[in-house]
Ligand binder design. Structure first.
Ligand SMILES: *Cc1c(COP(=O)(O)O)cnc(C)c1O
Length: 441
């Protein structure tokens, strides 16, 4: 594939593995691929709503909140103070706490639960069980024995596997999770303890997905949840928008022309942030500005969008190695389902080094007490990157966006299930690298 001189220059910059802020010049173009309809978005929201009693019955953690798969929106003035020392972003930083979504402990609860529930409803219907009228039928012995003859498989670096595997097993499905080398041991153990079959693969995330997809094709009655292509996952993420709008209104910050919203979300294959951004764009239009964060070694969405082509282009193709501690973000090739939509809806991408991930993880811990996993800390300095980079300033200017008037939502994407010793290891790494910077300064 031939690239323009501007693209070649961008690839060369990315190869330096220094953090960049890249503004998407294609924002507002008509998306060339699939775009969900309003009916599809509403159907996903309705599915979550009607399954609330089922989820409350299946999981004690969800009984407390009536089966709502939702997270809180936490004001973060201390984090704002720690990160934005000039106070240029006003006093309106919030953390969206998807790191503490019930049962799955990550943003993957949204997409993953939605796809498993949709499959369960569809299968039940083929057997004459009308679960749409009464979702508790999905937990009946009749439904369980039906599901026990079906397999749900997924390829994952970890969190999607946790989400899908846990929900599938709870409903009585056979569950298989194909994991890449970088998947953490504790995630595999947790899944096995729930009766999920974990298959380990030597390759990267995409290879684990490919292996799972191939296996599912030859296995009878097997549904493969395809993180690179799934509309059901995407719609589950997109269902977040109305609830966030309500939370912002309750916080005294309803979104509109005088109160624009800026969101910052870590991105791996792009399905989770893509779905969320799509849902927010559908609701708030030009009043929401969406940025994603990617590791310097794995900026797959940036590369795909900047190529301005429907042909897949991976970070390997431009000479990057996809090696990062952010296991959920170690993805070389962006979702070909999400990237065309993101090309039309994303305001920009900023990249972060692994050292920054750990610095930010520690900053969040110290300012708020929240324990994030490294991937989930990727977007934490988004508001600062927007106001302090020349690219960000140009964006603000072009969109007549005053950062002091905007509401800044940092999407925290995972962490609640991570064992305490792991969290301590993350914080220790941050402290060690800070100390070594001080001795070398
Ligand atoms: C999956 C995940 C992401 C990114 O979602 P993608 O759909 O892979 O882009 C971000 N953070 C965490 C913690 C995740 O598990």
């Amino acid at each position: 594939m031939t690239h323009t001189p501007a693209q070649e220059a961008l690839w060369a910059t990315l190869r330096l593995k220094r953090p960049v802020m890249w503004i998407n010049p294609y924002l507002g173009e008509r998306p060339l691929g699939w775009a969900p309809t309003q009916a599809e978005r509403s159907a996903a929201q309705a599915r979550f709503a009607r399954c609330e009693p089922l989820l409350a019955a299946l999981f004690p953690e969800l009984a407390a909140c009536g089966g709502k798969v939702e997270s809180s929106l936490a004001p973060a003035p201390a984090l704002q103070h720690a990160m934005d020392r000039q106070g240029a972003t006003g006093q309106a930083w919030f953390i969206k706490r998807d790191d503490s979504l019930p049962v799955a402990g990550s943003i993957k609860a949204r997409g993953g639960f939605h796809e498993v529930l949709a499959l369960a409803e569809a299968l039940a219907e083929t057997q004459g069980l009308c679960a749409k009228g009464n979702p508790l039928l999905l937990a009946s012995s009749e439904a369980r024995s039906l599901f026990s003859h079906h397999t749900i498989a997924v390829g994952s670096t970890g969190n999607l596997g946790l989400s899908i595997g846990t929900m599938a097993a709870a409903l009585g499905f056979q569950a298989v999770v194909h994991m890449s080398v970088d998947a953490k041991e504790w995630k595999k153990q947790r899944l096995r303890a729930r009766g999920v079959r974990v298959v380990e693969h030597a390759g990267d995330y995409a290879q684990a997905v490919a292996a799972g997809r191939a296996q599912a094709l030859i296995e009878p009655r097997c549904h493969f949840v395809d993180d690179e292509n799934s509309k059901m996952l995407f719609l589950g993420y997109a269902a977040c928008a109305d609830h966030l709008a309500m939370q912002l209104a309750q916080a005294g910050r309803p979104v509109g022309a005088s109160r624009p919203l800026c969101v910052y979300i870590p991105s791996g294959v792009g399905g989770a942030p893509g779905g969320i951004i799509h849902g927010l764009k559908a609701l708030f239009g030009e009043h929401v500005h969406c940025f994603i964060a990617e590791p310097v070694a794995s900026p797959c969405m940036l590369v795909q969008i900047a190529s301005h082509s429907s042909r897949p282009l991976s970070v390997y193709d431009i000479g990057l190695d996809n090696r990062t501690e952010a296991d959920g973000l170690a993805v070389a090739l962006a979702s070909q389902l999400a990237s065309p939509l993101m090309q039309a809806q994303l305001s920009g991408v900023f990249t972060v080094t692994d050292d920054q991930l750990f610095d930010q993880l520690l900053a969040v811990k110290q300012a708020t007490g929240i324990d994030l996993e490294p991937s989930a800390a990727a977007a934490v300095d988004g508001p600062v990157r927007l106001i302090e980079s020349s690219e960000g300033m140009q964006y603000l200017h072009r969109h007549h966006l005053e950062p002091g008037k905007a509401t800044h939502v940092i999407w925290a994407t995972g962490g609640a299930l991570v064992p305490v010793q792991e969290h301590q290891r993350f914080q220790q790494r941050a402290l060690t690298q800070a100390a070594s910077r001080n001795t070398h300064a």
